[in-house]
Structures are given as C-alpha cells and as structure tokens.
Design a protein around this ligand. Sequence first.
Ligand SMILES: Cc1cc2nc3c(=O)[nH]c(=O)nc-3n(C[C@H](O)[C@H](O)[C@H](O)COP(=O)(O)OP(=O)(O)OC[C@H]3O[C@@H](n4cnc5c(N)ncnc54)[C@H](O)[C@@H]3O)c2cc1C
Length: 295
Amino acid sequence: MTHTFEVDHRSSARHPPYEIVRTPRGRVASAFEPSPNQHRALAAALRRAIKGEVRFDNGSRSLYATDASNYRQVPIGVVVPRTVDDVVETIKLCHEYGAPLVMRGGGTSLAGQGCNVAVLIDFSKYLNRILSIDVLQRMAEVEPGCVLDHLRDAAEKHRLTFGPDPSTHDHCTLGGMIGNNSCGVHSIMAGRTSDNVEKLDIVTYDGLRMTVGPTSDAEFRSIVAAGGRRAEIYQAMDELRRRYGDLIRERFPKIPRRVSGYENLNELLPENGFNIARALVGTESTCVTVLKATL
Ligand SMILES: Cc1cc2nc3c(=O)[nH]c(=O)nc-3n(C[C@H](O)[C@H](O)[C@H](O)COP(=O)(O)OP(=O)(O)OC[C@H]3O[C@@H](n4cnc5c(N)ncnc54)[C@H](O)[C@@H]3O)c2cc1C
C-alpha cells in the first residue's frame, strides 16, 4: 500500500530553507541556525495543521536536548503527535521549510541517537498502542511509541514474548529499538530487533508512505513497472546490492551483535529476501520514519 502527499516545491521560495554551512569537503561545519522568524513560521504552520502538541518554547526544547548520552543538542522544536496523520503532516511541513527531523521514543539512547538540532517528534505520549496480537501467527502490530514491557505483558498472557530486551525494557519503545537495532541479554537466543521485524509502515522525508518487508522478484518487477518515487527507491536499493553485494558478503563481520548503524545492508541481498524492513532497522531515523511495526 502506498500513499503520497503533494509537496509544493514552489514553497521553498516562500520559506527559505534552513541554512547548512559546509566545509570544502562537504562536512557540516556548523549547527543549523534557523532564524527566529523561520522558527515562528514553522511552529505556526504546524499548530494550524496538526491536532498534537507543538512545543517550540525554550523549556520544552531544553527538556528534549539530551538523551541518555553525553550529547546536548537543542532541537528546533518538539512535536508530540496525536495521530499518524499528525506525523505525516509534520514531516510534510518540515520538508517544505527545509527543517531536519529526529524521532524520539524513550530517549534512552547512549550515543546521541535521540537528540539533534532538528524538529523532534516524540512518539511515546500518544502513539504508543498495541494494535493487534495474532496468537496463531505469533505476530504483533504496534505503534512506534509502544513501550517494550507493555507489549511483553500483553504477549505473556498468550505465553508469547518479544525476545530482544535492552535493560531499559520498562521505558524503551519499539520505535527506538528499531532505530537502534536493540539487543539485550535474551537477544543471544531470540536475535536482534531486526531479526524479529516482519514489516514496517514507513514515511520518507519527501512524503512517500509504504509498507516494506521482504520483496519477491515478482513484487519487485511490479513495483518497478508501476513507476514513480517508490520504483526509484527500490531500483536504487537493487543497484546498491548489485554493486556492493560481494563486498558485504565478504567483509560484514559474522557476529551475533552487529549493531553499528547501517549494519543490515546484507538484508537486501537476494539470499535474504531483499528485506527492506530489516535493512532499515538500525538507521536511527536518518532514512525513514516508522509509523507502525509488525513484529
Ligand atoms: C542504562 C541503559 C542500559 C541499556 N541497556 C541496553 C541493552 O542492554 N541493550 C541494548 O541494545 N541497548 C541498551 N541501551 C540503549 C537503549 O536503551 C536502547 O537502544 C533502547 O532500545 C532505545 O529505545 P528508546 O525508545 O529509548 O529509543 P530513543 O533513544 O528514543 O531512540 C533511538 C533511535 O530510534 C529512533 N527512532 C525512535 N522512534 C522512531 C520512529 N518512529 N521511526 C524511526 N526512528 C525512530 C531515534 O531517532 C533514535 O535514533 C541501554 C541504555 C541505558 C541508558
């Protein structure tokens, strides 16, 4: 299933994008410094567009400036969406204004994954429901802000569980676990989060919504034949696995806890079913935003 929203490319003339200063070699030289006017305009547009909380005040920004790491990155502003539509609308507006994004679950990341000079979307307050548990299939559908222990408590009533269990299990969210490819002590038996992800509903920064998972050859051909942005993305990933497949097979370390970020490119290989969902696990909200997970 795919949905897109219209991006008004003319709008960048109305809202000049946030400026990024780069070194001659292309690295970001300074933090994004939106002007107070850009701040206010984006906050006002968000307040008009969504039902959730738009918190661009200094107190909220400072509350979300840290996670469990040593980093402090003051966000441009904080959005606490009430609905999936709020998330999609927020991303649409951030794209329109050129504002970067960072997602937030429980904020227990140890290496600064959950903070940035960006618009921060907090899933934990409202988008935290278990949508279904299919006992026969041993599968659950959750919103990204669902706390791991809430899912485990519900699953245990059916003598089921979710194996990966970081020691922050009573606070960390499934969205955050997907962002970090979290493990925990039982992952030795049950695998990492990526090994337990079946499908993801995602949205890209430019507004493409899709459900991703393993992709058969027939599915790939039909996606390409349909054309458009989705086809472009799938073709780019196909090209990536063709170009680097042998290097990935040869050089990716074969260790049970390979969780170094972008570590799941091997999931794109044909022998692993061209699994886009699992390849995205561990990308720390830098590639897509997860709207729903099937685990
Ligand atoms: C004391 C302590 C012990 C820990 N022990 C372990 C351990 O045993 N094993 C382990 O693996 N980790 C451990 N961690 C690290 C951390 O708790 C886990 O990685 C946890 O799963 C993160 O979940 P969170 O909800 O707090 O995610 P956050 O920190 O909020 O986010 C993590 C990443 O996911 C991204 N993200 C969040 N939601 C979404 C979304 N909807 N779409 C896309 N990306 C999203 C964020 O942008 C971020 O990059 C520990 C941390 C602490 C402080």
